[in-house]
Design a protein around this ligand. Structure first.
Ligand code: ADP
Length: 198
């Protein structure tokens, strides 16, 4: 993937509607971290009607995952571009084991330092999703995205747990409490990380 040296990559995991994008944007703003959201990158491509956007839209509008090759290429490109950033919050990637393997293979040793798993109850998730009003948030598409999440993405939770870098955040609470835990988890990992990389 050719990611630059010195990056500390934080992977954000959790179901659609859990609020990880909101949390990541807030944390990035407050601490000067970089928020890389594959959903936002894809929506920008769709809006601009680029080749990638036209391809991706066919999957996104149905709640399916965009093919791995396309996603790996897109994230690789962005990670190469952010050489001076210390902390990168990776939001929406990886979403499959194949994407996680591609990321581990290409990211410099130890740069994937933390995976934050945002956990919320199903009732909380459905009320957040229906209140959002995004084009791919119709009832049918949301139900399909949740199914895809459970089948294909949620195995990443134990994958990162086995690597010993998973931290769980209770996302049923208010935005400020979640943000406090989020920043704390990243800061603690960053302290250990700076000691290793000097
Ligand atoms: P949410 O925040 O609701 O989980 P995102 O904004 O992260 O949704 O992503 C929206 C859509 O973009 C997904 O439903 C999927 O079609 C596509 N997408 C985003 N990231 C990836 C990825 N890593 N792999 C495959 N598809 C992706």
């Amino acid at each position: 993937m050719g990611a630059a040296e010195g990056l500390m990559i934080v992977i954000l995991l959790g179901p659609p509607g859990v609020g990880k994008g909101t949390q990541a944007a807030m944390a990035a703003e407050a601490h000067g971290w970089l928020h890389l959201s594959t959903g936002d990158l894809l929506r920008a491509q769709v809006a601009q009607k680029t080749d990638i956007g036209l391809q991706a839209d066919q999957y996104m509008s149905k709640g399916d995952l965009v093919p791995d090759v396309l996603m790996v290429e897109m994230v690789a490109q962005h990670l190469t571009d952010v050489s001076s950033e210390v902390v990168v919050l990776l939001d929406g990637f990886p979403r499959t084991i194949a994407q996680a393997e591609a990321l581990s293979e290409k990211a410099p040793g130890g740069s994937i330092a933390l995976s934050l798993y945002f956990r919320a109850s199903n009732s909380e998730l459905s009320s957040r999703l229906t209140g959002r009003g995004r084009a791919d948030d119709t009832e049918e598409v949301v139900a399909h995205r949740l199914k895809v999440y459970h089948e294909t993405t949620s195995p990443l939770i134990s994958w990162y747990q086995e690597k010993g870098i998973l931290v769980e955040i209770d996302a049923n609470r208010d935005i400020a409490s979640i943000q406090t835990d989020f920043a704390h988890a990243v800061d603690s990992t960053l302290k250990g990380f700076s000691q290793i990389t000097g």
